[in-house]
Write a protein that binds this ligand. Sequence first.
Ligand SMILES: [Mg+2]
Length: 298
Amino acid sequence: MKILIAEDDPIFKAILENNLKKWGYQVTSTSDGRQAWDIISKPGCPNLVISDWMMPEMDGLQLCRNMRAQAAPRYIYFILLTAKGEQQDILQGLEAGVDDYLTKPIDYMELKYRIHIGERIIRLEEKVLELARKDSLTDTLNRRAFMEKLDEELERAARNKVPLSLLMTDIDHFKQVNDQYGHIAGDRVLKQFVAQMAKIIRPYDFIGRYGGEEFILCLPDCSISHGRDIAERMRSKIETTAMHISQSRPPIHITSSFGVSSFTSTNEQTAESLIKNADDALYSAKNKGRNCVRMAQP
Ligand SMILES: [Mg+2]
């Protein structure tokens, strides 16, 4: 984990840095609040800040206030170091938004354990963010998270002039599964459907839940014909896999349809048009009798 130190006393800063490195942290250090703020206000900054109160340019309290006022994508845990120990000063620090404070001279073992508290909070926050991005039933990305990631991948594909394929898939006649066996069985089928596709995708591909039984897959660095091959392998895998719906009933079989569209450096499609084209191709697969893969028309 990365930690940022803001401390103007060079000797104390060096001791602090050595200790943090010894405990296994990656350390960036600055000697005033302004430099620290430059680092905090940029993407990819450390998640934990240990800052002195009294510093030139910008003091620790102002640094913390600025940090809390910005709409940071991640929570930053802030430990204030101070020579002041009066109750009134501590209130000021807490009011500025510090998470924790230590009074100088520092007890290093205490600092170590207080950093551990910060780490636990940061990990919890990561977990919450992760949950907010996932579809709880199938553990795939939810639609919003998928779209964010797709935009990033499209930018990368445009920059590197490489193709990207998009698959839209839907379980054929899924309503019948729910009607005949109930929604719990339907949920089980959805999970197994995703699990089978997950066996086929490459490590950097990702799946999102687009609607009820409709899923969307992004395959970076993948041409439309390669995308079609992957979709075909998935379709065939689904068709031949026994889906377990309950202890007391025999497994059932389902089929699925796929639509494939592709971004290339010449067509430069947007996320919206890629999805529309894959959706149209999926619609055409449904019209062609289902259990098949169709590519978007160029
Ligand atoms: Mg100082």
